[in-house]
Design a protein. Structure first.
Lengths: 486, 486
């Protein structure tokens, strides 16, 4: 969309090129960044210990409903959800769920240095992180944070995101979070570019997009909030392809072409949208908030709430003593899903254009029935005792992939503010161009189409958004030496 | 989005041109259509009488909640809603509301005759219509209709919309309906093009888009469901402008340019989306379904439920005896909002491109806080007793518009299946290009941008969609003789 009489807008001019240029800059400084990170880690003091839910301070179990609530009535509530999906594989269940209706802000500040776009990232401690610090957006603020319920210090840099008028908004869209654990939670994902001086506080540092991408390949380093914000950057259009050379790397070439609408796609956009409309219209999901004490099948023992089979997840408590956060000591309930999940895109070249196989997935906490999820998103051990026919489609294909078909492979943490050491193995697995893998609940979609959907709310779930960020990181990755290539 | 290796898709090829060509065909046959309509009206027998809510048959008032429910538990429920909007002009209220969670289908069948696209429209009786028959989509089906709860005859033509695989889908998107009277109601708006023979049943007739547009200018003729489906047709792109001559009609020229992204817009698309994100993030709307008997301020007298001031709307009952509907006799509750509302787009030329001034509006029944509404949407008499400062912005501008600035003016009915003789005056009022009319809750948006938003759910409310259909009708309208022009 252009201003009348001109052919481009200032905000759009060359953004794809600028993102690509920033994505190509990795050289040398990542090692510096890791040293900075280790230095902060050695200086930050965080102790997290598990405590019984009954021993939480400032939180209590409601005598009638059994809900776990903060004494201020704010932050979030652990309550119950009754779910009915007539005709679904499990047509009725009840479960604990986190209800956090406020829309928070996940914001990354951007600024050009020497003509290269940089992102202001934060090394942030979260109680659920398995390793203390992870690389986070400039701002992660719940509304409680910025209206003072947290009784903590002000959130640095928040003003840039509350009043964007003096700046350029590169991304601004509300997106969902885990629909299995959150009831209709949304956060506002923002990237805001500033021109003036920005003071860099302790624990913050400017990174190029390429440096963030490089860190994304490391286990448990770039946090979930950073990944979802990165995925909303408009990494799409001819400018990306013009800016990056594929050499004779066919996979890279297919990735680059996948960022360009004119290169084509397996399904036209409107066909993808109609498929989503169909799925959202045809699926009945009836959810009802219920008292936590009415959630049958779940028991409260040993200071936690768990499913009577021990599967799925637990609600548990932690006590945190930290330096470098808004407040220094607190307790809170968290969700713990032990064991490593598998989150994977199966990708293939169609007409030389890379496509990801997206799953139209129902989770009870979604605000709109179905979102597009990765090809595989599950915890394999949950299925080990079930009939093999109940296994998620394509899980075995992903688990059996030959090493040379695995294009991305890292263990990444879910949000450390609500999930205790909950980790998934994120994979991109390429299959042969001839493998159609037709399934009514799945569609092949390009990166450009995913970018188009990501301009709007609630089309891609948070796991898919993480994988989109991972695919962007592969677009800009250094081209491996010939002998290392497949 | 194209197929790899090609430059256009079959589904996209020339659709804008084909819509424009169909829109230009009006000559002569509209009079025929009106005669067909009058003939059906003379043959259709419908008697609607108001009955007390206690005299409804098959519906009862729940002894505890006071909700009005059908004995089958299906169709819809009249219940209560508690609404809290902290900081809003009215921060808390309770009201009756219709809860109808099923997603129905509003579908128009399309087919080419002699190379011109035609739409299969239905002359349909609805109990709330002030004039019995109105022009309706091919299919208006609640899920109860097609799963048999209605115990009526099958819905003709429904199969084309349930299994679209053999056909071309021209539009397919779920959209909201009146957020003041419905709790999160959505319908699936579809246009499906078929190639084979289609039998034309009594009460159905093929129309060009131009003929439908001509009828849209008449009072109470094209029903709300038809208008919302028409608005979702992708009436956008260079093809529209290429196909239609503006002559020396500057308003037409600005309308045509408004359909073309490359002609520019006051705000880039991403700025419009960011404004919507901001509005949806900043506004807290807390709604809670409550028993109808807990809705204070509303009273049940004389067989209806009304606000104690007599304002807003009533819940009332009707008994219907009809021929030509699924069942021949029934009673049901309806909503009646007497008096004529005003629904208006204020439009202006910016850089020669027509823009409509859209309002980011909160209604309690929206699934996502805010939708884009017309510049003005209100019942002026509701404000007559209030402080003048409470008057809706731009209402007086619209009411005082000189006749030569009024580009569209017709009284149109709201949905006759739920609303009893509820009508609004729909207006398009052009202001001088120099009138900025800046207001934080309003933005100038082009027809192309509105078409882009209409590919997705829940951006434009149902009143705005009606006005989009009206603007499309002006794009194709015959160019008036010079002396008639302004």
């Amino acid at each position: 969309m252009r201003l009348p009489g001109s052919t481009t807008t200032p905000a759009e001019h060359g953004l794809a090129e600028r993102l690509a240029a920033s994505g190509l800059v990795r050289d040398g400084s990542t090692a510096d960044a890791l040293r900075w990170f280790e230095d902060l880690r050695s200086r930050s003091y965080t102790e997290v210990e598990q405590v019984a839910l009954e021993d939480l301070v400032g939180w209590s179990t409601h005598p009638v409903t059994g809900d776990i609530v903060h004494d201020s009535g704010r932050f979030f509530v652990v309550e119950g959800l009754d779910v009915r999906i007539p005709g679904g594989p499990v047509p009725h269940w009840r479960q604990p769920i986190i209800n956090q209706p406020e829309i928070g802000v996940l914001g990354i500040l951007a600024k050009e240095f020497d003509g290269v776009l940089h992102l202001l990232m934060q090394a942030k401690v979260e109680p659920g992180n398995c390793n203390g610090l992870q690389l986070s957006p400039t701002v992660q603020a719940t509304r409680s944070n910025y209206t003072g319920a947290h009784r903590g210090r002000g959130v640095p840099y928040l003003d840039y995101f509350m009043d964007t008028a003096p700046h350029s908004v590169l991304a601004d869209v509300r997106q969902s979070e885990q629909g299995s654990w959150f009831h209709q939670k949304r956060n506002r994902n923002m990237v805001v570019e500033v021109r003036g001086d920005v003071p860099v506080l302790d624990g913050f540092r400017w990174f190029t997009l390429g440096q963030v991408h490089e860190l994304l390949a490391a286990d448990d380093l770039v946090n979930m909030d950073a990944r979802t914000v990165l995925s909303c950057l408009p990494f799409t259009g001819r400018g990306v392809r013009r800016s990056i050379a594929a050499g004779d790397d066919w996979f890279r070439d297919a990735l680059l072409r996948s960022c360009v609408a004119e290169e084509g796609s397996r399904h036209p956009d409107d066909e993808v949208l109609s498929w989503i409309t169909q799925a959202r219209s045809a699926t009945d999901v009836h959810t009802r908030r219920i008292p936590l004490s009415d959630v049958d099948g779940w028991v409260r023992v040993d200071g936690r709430i768990r499913h009577e089979t021990g599967r799925f997840f637990d609600v548990m408590g932690v006590r945190v003593v930290a330096r470098g956060r808004e407040v220094d000591s607190w307790t809170q309930p968290m969700i713990e899903a032990p064991g490593e999940g598998v989150v994977a895109f199966v990708v293939r070249r169609i007409g030389g254009v890379l496509h990801a196989l997206m799953h139209g997935r129902v989770e009870p906490g979604y605000i709109d029935v179905v979102e597009l999820a990765p090809t595989v998103q599950c915890k394999p051990e949950n299925y080990s005792v079930l009939d093999p026919r109940a296994r998620p489609p394509f899980l075995d294909l992903v688990l059996a992939a030959a090493p040379d078909r695995i294009r991305f492979d890292a263990v990444l943490s879910e949000e450390g503010g609500r999930f205790y050491r909950t980790r998934n193995r994120y994979l991109v697995v390429e299959v042969d161009p001839a493998e159609e893998l037709a399934h009514p609940d799945f569609r092949w979609v390009t990166l450009d189409q995913l970018a188009g959907l990501l301009r709007h709310s609630h089309y891609l779930n948070v796991q898919a958004r993480s994988l989109v960020a991972c695919l962007h990181s592969l677009v800009c990755a250094p081209i491996p030496a010939p002998e290392a290539r497949t």
